[in-house]
Write a protein that binds this ligand. Structure first.
Ligand SMILES: [Ca+2]
Length: 193
């Protein structure tokens, strides 16, 4: 009776050792920070991962249209990777200036960086020397732009804003291209005599 008891305790211990003490080495996504940054757990350690080859709008952007797209990119990223085990592929550089791991991220056959660009929720941005898939990402960006998805949605006409006798008739922001404002302009009407 006693021997049987000890045997079962030993069996239980072995089971715990076999399962609980082996931390999984496959990266598991524990948190989605925004459209292009996640946290992964690899063998018990948490790392921040920044997607490479792309950039998504920032959640703290004061411009409402950028902020809304940042939220949409975060939501879509969450849908793709949250709670999933992923495959991480590096290019040349290991980490950025903030110590984040720089990676292309895959869930099964889905290339996450590319899907964000395809949906118009990320720009294809070249960060040399990490440019392995830049041609492909730019093709997807052209496709998203052509289809007017997300970042590339057609101009939005805002309600009129009147200051003194000057009315801001339309604000166009077709193509929210970072640092390049060429597709954006404001139309003003002078209502005074
Ligand atoms: Ca970003």
């Amino acid at each position: 009776m006693k021997t049987k008891y000890i045997t079962s305790i030993l069996g239980l211990l072995l089971l715990i050792l076999a399962t609980g003490c082996t931390a999984p080495t496959t990266p598991l996504v524990t948190r989605v920070i925004d459209g292009d940054t996640i946290e992964v757990n690899i063998a018990g350690t948490t790392y921040k991962v920044r997607y490479i080859g792309i950039d998504t709008p920032e959640l703290d952007d004061k411009r409402p249209e950028f902020c809304a797209l940042a939220q949409e990119a975060t939501r879509y990223n969450r849908q793709l990777v949250e709670g999933e085990t992923v495959r991480l592929e590096k290019d040349i550089t290991e980490t950025d200036q903030y110590g984040r791991l720089l990676h292309y991220v895959y869930v099964d056959d889905t290339f996450v960086n590319a899907e964000l660009v395809r949906q118009g929720l990320a720009w294809a941005i070249s960060y040399p020397p990490d440019t392995k898939y830049q041609g492909y990402l730019e093709e997807l960006e052209a496709e998203a732009r052509q289809a007017g998805r997300g970042i590339w949605a057609p101009p939005i006409i805002l309600p009129p804003i009147i200051v003194e006798n000057v009315q801001i008739t339309y604000i166009y922001y077709n193509g929210l291209v970072p640092n390049v404002e060429s597709d954006e302009y404001v139309e003003i009407t002078n209502l005074g005599g």
